[in-house]
Design a protein around this ligand. Structure first.
Ligand code: ZN
Length: 256
């Protein structure tokens, strides 16, 4: 019965994702499988959290601002569709927490998913900010759309997103302590994402126009590594911060 429920709910979510052209085919297949796992082991509560993260990401991405397109067109490698890497980075850790029945699994799952929504809202909404963002390490003004940036607007959006996930957990469990832990871990995880992004994420320079970008090609020329390590692309930074927010959440849970 629970399996049938997982299949039907996941099929509805996947159909919506397909209709919205939100992800590539490979990403959609993996997302469907992970959704079945999440709903089978975590029930309605965990499924709703997955839906909230998905909807939050879609809605943030839909804010069709010319400003955003203008600001990030030189910076980002990826288009609008989520690829398999971003599903692995944002949904797989949460699904594994439930699959392996880790202690406090639903709280940790919620914290990990709160980080995922905080990250996508911080980047999609933060980029709309009129003020230039600052680099989390140097605290100096930076180019819009680069990893490692923070802005007040982005941080506010991250906090709203992670609190919303914490609220869904609260509605099912009435536990204010867990509410706070989830909201804080999601937010902290996102800050950690910016920190790792600033520290390690690969950034390239265009040899022609000298713009700093995350693209491998600019002005029809191969860009060169300016700083960071090539292995640390956006997905690797995302999965690291996702897993770390789960670990931080677990540590807080066993301490307090
Ligand atoms: Zn260029």
């Amino acid at each position: 019965m629970q399996f049938l429920f997982s299949l039907i709910t996941s099929l509805i979510l996947a159909s919506f994702a397909y209709y919205k052209k939100a992800m590539t085919t490979n990403a959609l297949i993996l997302a469907f499988i992970l959704s079945v796992i999440i709903t089978y082991y975590g029930g309605l509560e965990c499924f709703l959290i997955l839906c909230a993260v998905f909807l939050g990401t879609v809605i943030a991405g839909m804010i069709k601002s010319e400003k955003r397109k203008e600001k990030s067109k030189d910076i980002h490698e990826k288009g609008h569709e989520k690829n398999i890497g971003s599903i692995i980075a944002n949904v797989l850790p949460g699904a594994l927490v439930l699959l392996f029945n880790i202690p406090y699994m639903k709280v940790i799952y919620a914290a990990v998913m709160a980080e995922a929504i905080a990250d996508s809202l911080a980047s999609d909404i933060g980029i709309l900010s009129d003020k230039p963002p600052i680099n989390i390490l140097t605290l100096k003004k930076s180019t819009h759309g680069l990893s490692g940036n923070i802005s007040i607007l982005g941080m506010g959006a991250a906090l709203v997103g992670s609190s919303f996930i914490a609220l869904i957990h609260f509605i099912f469990n009435y536990n204010i302590k867990y509410f706070l832990i989830i909201a804080i871990c999601g937010f902290l995880g996102n800050m950690l994402d910016s920190f790792l992004g600033a520290l390690f994420q690969v950034k390239y320079e265009c040899p022609k126009c000298h713009i700093i970008t995350e693209k491998k090609e600019h002005c029809k020329t191969k860009t060169v590594v300016k700083k960071g390590m090539e292995i640390f692309n956006n997905d690797v930074v995302n999965i690291l911060s996702n897993v770390l927010s789960g670990i931080i959440c677990y540590l807080i849970l066993i301490i307090v």
